[in-house]
Design a protein. Structure first.
Length: 193
């Protein structure tokens, strides 16, 4: 995982096995890859497609009776998908370039505190257990990792999640997610404070 350039499968053709610890891009629905997965006509109305994706390691995989897969991935990093590589395997391979986080220019402690408080308020507004996000919000983790987990877990706006995925500045991500979770709590409470 230390190399900046990676070769990863974009999506397998039917009847192949996923192996634990394999790296797969997340949100791989770019048009040039989409045609390998599903025909374009049935893709109408699905999420937009972007060259920047998350890369995750397969934790578990199950093939469903429908032929689809239920795959659990643990996020690893952001990547920019590059050209497809010639391959004689059942997997389509693509070159990907790791996108490193840019350290925040200033102190993000206040924004992280706002995010943590807003997450607790969100859980309360939804009637969910107060400790549900304790692992994601725990102290001692990089600010970017906390922010990415919160965004993936609670932000419903796919466009916002994609913008966050493409934002390498950690400070900007922390502030954006803190603001978004606070807005979400306010909406759930009907504008009441």
């Amino acid at each position: 995982m230390a190399a900046p350039h990676l070769i990863v499968p974009i999506f397998p053709l039917p009847d192949v096995t996923f192996f634990p610890h394999t790296l797969l891009p997340l949100h791989v629905f770019e048009a040039r890859y989409r045609v390998l997965v599903i025909d374009e006509a049935t893709y109408a109305g699905k999420p937009e497609v972007h060259a920047v994706a998350g890369l995750g390691e397969i934790v578990s995989c199950e093939r469903l009776a429908t032929g689809r897969y239920n795959i659990l991935l643990r996020g690893e990093c952001r990547v920019r998908l590059g050209p497809e590589l010639p391959s004689d395997t059942l997997y389509r391979l693509v070159r990907a370039r790791r996108l490193a986080d840019a350290d925040p220019a200033g102190d993000v402690t206040a924004a992280l505190s706002r995010m943590r408080a807003a997450c607790k308020d969100l859980l309360g507004a939804l009637g969910r257990p107060a400790d549900l996000l304790d692992t994601a919000l725990a102290e001692g983790q990089p600010a970017g990792a906390i922010t990415d987990r919160v965004a993936a877990a609670v932000l419903p706006d796919a466009d916002l999640r994609q913008r966050l995925l493409e934002t390498i500045d950690v400070g900007a991500r922390v502030t954006t997610v803190a603001d978004a979770v606070e807005r979400l709590v306010k909406e759930l409470k009907g504008g009441r404070e």
